[in-house]
Design a protein around this ligand. Structure first.
Ligand SMILES: Cc1ncc(COP(=O)(O)O)c(C=O)c1O
Length: 397
């Protein structure tokens, strides 16, 4: 037996290195945007979740400064004690309007919203049906709940139906959980079919709109709006940290659901309320999203520009794109393995493009993941396609 109980950490790290799974932080040295400074150099940024380019918007910055001056840096306690301000309520009202739900509840992050909500609405006697490609926060929320978890193959409605048919009756409650836009693949869940199944099998449905809020739907209401499913009874989770350019998470749904969560969800009750700065920035972002639909339009135009360039200039590369027919600002190019993904990520960096490799255990198959922003210019996208063509089409030595 080793004498040092921490000895295993070094061994574990060495295994991570050997598998090319080792991760480390990269220091961004500039304000967020379509271009960023990294290691003293400028890069075109295709790695950000700031889809509408709001994280560096002067109006969000100003709102955060004003809220900090008025209410201080920290919210000083949980929402039920000293951590609640009027701007929290204002933000919740705006989220509910955006999502067209009765009400909403703001969490300190999207991760906390997912683990808290899932583990509050189901427990030991219940069933969770979970898409295999779901985000870590949904998966860990499911584990935390203690419910029976049955995974179904990615977006496989037939398999989900069979599993519901086979297992639903054995459990008290049932909950289907899914990303609405899959974070590492960019494809969309089949929401209308999921809603039908939920109804047929008396199951709740929870969708994570993290990558859809502000991006999909005529008004930025997410995939629920995109699929014309607004107003249907379901549990909608989201984040304030992607298209809304701030930090925090939310759940939107019925008044009864939110009332229950306020009383039962540990990751909301026992944690400090969202800071005034984050709250004010998110509130301003939602107002901008409403007032400036042209941002969303520009994002979708940028996607068309990218797809057209792939079609006209490098069909071989275009054919390598995952989910060829899907329209989403998340675009992936699958690669052989983690080592190849690392090499290609590095070569893109040498070409001035920041789009790092995504590797296991985040995903099963390594890839380069591109995320588009409304603030990308045509020449940024042209440079991306040229660089991808150079590094992905050529065999890696
Ligand atoms: C699908 C999905 N859900 C939830 C989260 C977590 O959100 P947050 O960053 O607000 O914790 C993420 C973040 O990466 C995500 O991609």
């Amino acid at each position: 037996m080793p004498s040092n109980p921490y000895h295993w950490i070094e061994k574990s790290l060495s295994t991570i290195h050997k598998a090319n799974w080792y991760r480390s932080v990269k220091t961004i040295e500039s304000i967020p945007g379509a271009t960023i400074k990294l290691e003293g150099k400028k890069f075109i940024n295709f790695a950000s979740n700031d889809y509408l380019g709001l994280a560096g918007d002067p109006r969000l910055i100003e709102a955060a400064i004003q809220a900090t001056k008025e209410f201080g840096t920290g919210s000083t306690g949980s929402r039920l004690l000293t951590g609640h301000r009027e701007i929290h309520q204002e933000l919740e009202l705006e989220i509910a309007k955006l999502k067209q739900t009765e009400t909403a509840l703001v969490f300190s992050s999207g991760y906390l919203a997912n683990i808290g909500v899932i583990s509050s609405v189901v427990s030991k006697r219940d069933l969770i049906l979970s898409d295999k490609y779901n985000h870590s926060s949904l998966k860990n929320g499911a584990i935390l709940s203690g419910a029976e978890i049955i995974e179904y193959s990615h977006n496989n409605i037939e398999e989900l139906t069979n599993k519901l048919e086979q297992y639903r009756e054995k459990y008290r409650r049932s909950l289907i959980i899914t990303d609405s836009v899959f974070s590492m693949d960019g494809d969309l869940c089949k929401l209308p079919l999921l809603l039908d199944l939920a109804e047929k099998y008396n199951s709740m449905l929870l969708v994570d709109e993290a990558h859809a809020t502000g991006v999909f739907g005529m008004n930025g209401g997410g995939c629920v709006e995109h699929f014309n499913c607004t107003g249907k009874e379901l549990i909608q989770i989201g984040t304030l940290s992607k298209a809304l350019g701030s930090l925090g998470g939310y759940v939107a749904g019925s008044k009864k659901l939110i009332e229950f969560l306020r009383n039962r969800t540990p990751s909301w009750i026992y944690t400090t309320g969202l800071t005034p700065a984050d709250t004010a920035a998110a509130l301003t972002a939602i107002k901008i999203i409403k007032k400036e639909p042209e941002r969303r339009l520009k994002l979708w135009q940028n996607l068309e520009t990218l797809l057209n360039l792939l079609e006209t200039e490098n069909q071989q590369l275009g054919a390598k794109k995952k989910n060829l027919n899907e329209r989403s600002p998340i675009i992936c190019f699958p690669l052989k393995n983690a080592a190849e993904a690392l090499i290609i990520g590095e070569k893109l960096k040498q070409a001035g493009i920041f789009a790092p490799a995504i590797r296991p255990p985040t995903v099963n198959t390594s890839r380069i993941r591109i995320s588009l922003m409304a603030t990308h210019e045509t020449n940024h996208i042209q440079q991306l396609v040229a660089a991808l063509g150079e590094v992905i089409s050529c065999p890696v030595e």
